[in-house]
Design a protein around this ligand. Structure first.
Ligand SMILES: [Ca+2]
Ligand SMILES: [Ca+2]
Ligand SMILES: [Ca+2]
Length: 115
């Protein structure tokens, strides 16, 4: 599966709609997430960014993403992929699991950071 939520998060922070994977993020987008500007995206930086993105999406601040909240960013298929227990809400746990999977998938050489 593609890095759906990461793309979503990238969209929120950078306003760039077509970055579908980490690999497609350009230098400017990466810099927005790379807090210490070392040119690498560490897991901590990724988690901070992911937390920010969740809170931006969770408009009613109830700690889950409903279909209405996710609709601007995910199509129904993507939503269902992330909603692992099928209750029509993306919980924080489901979101974090997806983001962790996205990070692992993007970290091809498994050095704990994206470069
Ligand atoms: Ca960094
Ligand atoms: Ca919500
Ligand atoms: Ca769910």
């Amino acid at each position: 599966m593609r890095s759906v939520l990461f793309a979503t998060a990238a969209l929120l922070v950078t306003g760039v709609a077509n970055a579908e994977t980490v690999a497609e993020l350009n230098e400017k987008e990466l810099n927005a997430i790379d807090a210490n500007n070392d040119g690498f995206l560490s897991r901590d930086e990724f988690n901070a960014f992911s937390d920010y993105a969740f809170q931006e999406m969770d408009e009613d601040k109830n700690g889950t993403l409903g279909l209405d909240e996710a609709k601007p960013f995910l199509d129904i298929k993507q939503f269902q992929d992330v909603d692992r227990n099928g209750d029509s809400f993306i919980s924080r746990g489901e979101y974090d699991a997806q983001m962790a999977d996205d990070f692992d998938a993007a970290d091809k050489n498994e050095n704990g950071q994206l470069d």
